[in-house]
Design a protein around this ligand. Structure first.
Ligand SMILES: NC(=O)c1ccc[n+]([C@H]2O[C@H](COP(=O)([O-])OP(=O)(O)OC[C@H]3O[C@@H](n4cnc5c(N)ncnc54)[C@H](O)[C@@H]3O)[C@@H](O)[C@H]2O)c1
Length: 394
């Protein structure tokens, strides 16, 4: 018995009334990713920050409002995911195909009522079976490798109009795919520049309107590009504060250590004069020093000191006993590389095969146009070619 076809309007009203827990029961996929599982860019670049340091600065500013996530956008539990659609809004392939497939047939029905969408513009629908409450459909420029003012302006408009819809609908968490960089052939680097700079400007102008913008990349290429560019466009301004704070902190610690060393020195003198044969005095001050050193280093680590020379200096100053040094180092948590490019992406990548299996909406497999050397046209499915033909006529 085929399932009764749901009326999209009724379904939309019903779903949007549900609270989070009830809504979760409706998700087609239960392996969704909730926002708390996706670190903000600030956390990602300063994983050792202690709570107090976070309070010290302006809470990380825009860096607390963006994230880089590598994986399937259809599993993200956010207020809205953005769809890189075509002007018909009737689905297709790539991320468009994935979103329609995951949302269910009501998404198609609602899109069908919207009479398409112009390039650079955006329209919003319910998310239906998706973990995202809404889908914002935007149509990127067909660049085919060429980036002129028109293509750049159109792509910028995609991000601006999507964010405008967020504001108009009082939504605060959104995920963007790499719009136009697939079948539409917008080169990845300039597209990432436009995405990041447009979002950064919008957050600067609307600081209280957004909780998180997630740049959801799908390809290793884009992950590397975004990671590099985000370090520049969302810089770690906390560094000065942390370094100043560290300098002050270190002076305090050094003063304390001088005090300790003086005391330890006196103990040494006292111990020797009382009972030079006893084997105790020399160990203690070193352990004391190690403890201080550990504390110093822990403090440094905790506030995310990045200056290895400083740490080495600390190591070199006090402790020249190999076993103590080895012991001290053993106790020290391994200093995390600031930005280990070989590190696995923040969020474990979906199964590679699944990642590359971006089916078109009619279930046909498509090759990733970025990775395959073929012309994008050659991977268009029949249904899409007809859609593209429609687009070209428009
Ligand atoms: N890529 C294709 O073969 C193909 C075929 C037909 C239609 N489409 C779609 O592409 C056209 C729009 O072109 P476009 O370059 O803007 O979009 P796109 O071709 O979907 O590529 C946009 C970006 O999304 C990435 N992506 C693919 N699947 C996912 C996913 N599940 N989660 C996150 N990111 C993903 C993809 O790797 C690329 O970086 C529309 O016609 C639309 O229907 C794509």
């Amino acid at each position: 018995m085929s399932k009764k076809k749901k009326d999209w309007k009724t379904e939309k009203e019903r779903l949007l009334r549900l609270d989070r827990e009830e809504r979760r029961k409706e998700y087609r996929r239960q392996d969704f990713i909730s926002l708390d599982k996706i670190p903000a860019w600030r956390e990602e670049t300063r994983p050792n920050d202690k709570e107090e340091v976070k309070e010290l600065t302006d809470g990380g500013g825009p860096r607390n409002k963006v994230s880089l996530y590598k994986g399937d956008i259809t599993v993200l539990e956010v207020d809205a995911i953005v769809n890189a659609a075509n002007s018909s809004l009737l689905g297709g392939g790539g991320v468009d195909g994935c979103i329609h497939k995951a949302a269910g047939s009501c998404l198609y029905d609602e899109c069908n009522s919207l009479n398409g969408c112009e390039t650079g513009k955006a329209k919003i629908t319910c998310g239906y079976d998706l973990p995202a409450k809404y889908v914002i459909h935007t149509v990127g420029p067909v660049a085919r490798g060429h980036v002129g003012p028109t293509e750049s302006n159109d792509l910028t408009s995609c991000y601006q109009n999507s964010l405008r819809l967020m504001k108009e609908n009082d939504l605060s968490t959104v995920a963007f795919p790499c719009i136009s960089t697939g079948i539409y052939g917008f080169p990845n680097e300039p597209a990432a520049d436009i995405a990041l700079k447009t979002v950064k400007s919008w957050i600067d102008e609307n600081p209280d309107m957004i909780t998180r913008v997630i740049f959801c990349v799908f390809l290793e290429t884009d992950f590397a590009i975004y990671k590099k560019k985000m370090s520049v466009i969302f810089p770690d301004n906390d560094m000065e504060v942390t370094e100043e704070q560290l300098k002050e902190g270190k002076e305090e610690i050094d003063d304390e250590e001088e005090g300790d060393n003086d005391a330890a020195g006196n103990e040494d003198v006292e111990m020797e004069s009382q009972n030079p044969d006893e084997n105790s005095g020399n160990q203690e001050p070193n352990q004391e020093k190690d403890k201080d050193k550990n504390e110093t280093q822990e403090k440094d680590e905790d506030v995310g000191i990045d200056n290895d020379e400083e740490k080495n200096e600390d190591k070199g100053i006090e402790n020249n006993k190999e076993e103590d040094k080895g012991k001290a180092e053993e106790e020290q948590p391994a200093a995390k590389a600031e930005h280990d490019d070989t590190a696995k992406p923040t969020v474990e990548m979906e199964d590679e095969s699944e990642m590359n299996n971006t089916e078109t909406s009619n279930g046909e497999e498509m090759k990733d146009p970025v990775e395959s050397s073929e012309e994008p046209d050659s991977i268009l499915t029949d249904s899409i070619q007809s859609k593209d033909t429609v687009e070209k006529k428009e």
